[in-house]
Design a protein around this ligand. Sequence first.
Ligand SMILES: [Zn+2]
Length: 263
Amino acid sequence: MEKQNKQTYIYWDRVVIALCIFVLIIIFIVMGIKGIINAFTDDEKSKAVQAANTDTALIGEGQELLVCIDAGHGGEEDCGALSNDEKRFESNDDLNMALAVEKNLKKLGAEVLMTRTEDKYVELYSRPEMANDAGADLYVSLHRNSAQTGQGVEVWVNYDAPDDDTLLAKNILEGLDEVGISQNRGVQYGYQGYDPTAKVNYVVNEKSNMPSCLVELGFITDDEDNRLFDENLDAYAKSIAESIVKSAEELNMVEISNKAEKN
Ligand SMILES: [Zn+2]
């Protein structure tokens, strides 16, 4: 008697199609879950951004504040001070900080005039001239210090200590001190390296028509100051921008509106 042949015929083409459909379904499920997760986290993110914005003091609507941010030095002709290993140029640090301050000032509703936005040489006297020509309200020059020994942050204003300049310098210094600096070297008057009784100013302070100051944001020759500068670049920039706007309000240049209070 012949054994019954129970062998089942396998339709391989159908198996392949079924597998493909199965894989596609799995892909769709995974993508769907991912989409839901992303939508959720984006929502959380936008909520966080909104919360941050409502904390921020904003320049009142219809008001204008033009701030000149001057990144010190620039270009091959003038790289400013150098770190001890001569690999770090002050001109780059000044520019990075200036760009970050610009971004933060714009967030607060200020207009910003930059003396440079790239690594290029800008003649010293043309810097305050740009601010004067544009009718800027405030002028802040950003630099880094250098010395064989020494660390900390100092802000320079005119030797005759105009109240408005001193207020701007103090606000910036206090803000940076709150973020964290190695040493608060105070508001300084005149020009570094000269006889303190000599009547000499930094060119940017001397030639600018509006309240101005020159910030020496730590020593490029000090490892701790460089570490603090790098770690706190964003926090320093935010603080400087907020201090500038706060100064503008205290000098009755603008009124500050706070979204949180408005709503
Ligand atoms: Zn400098």
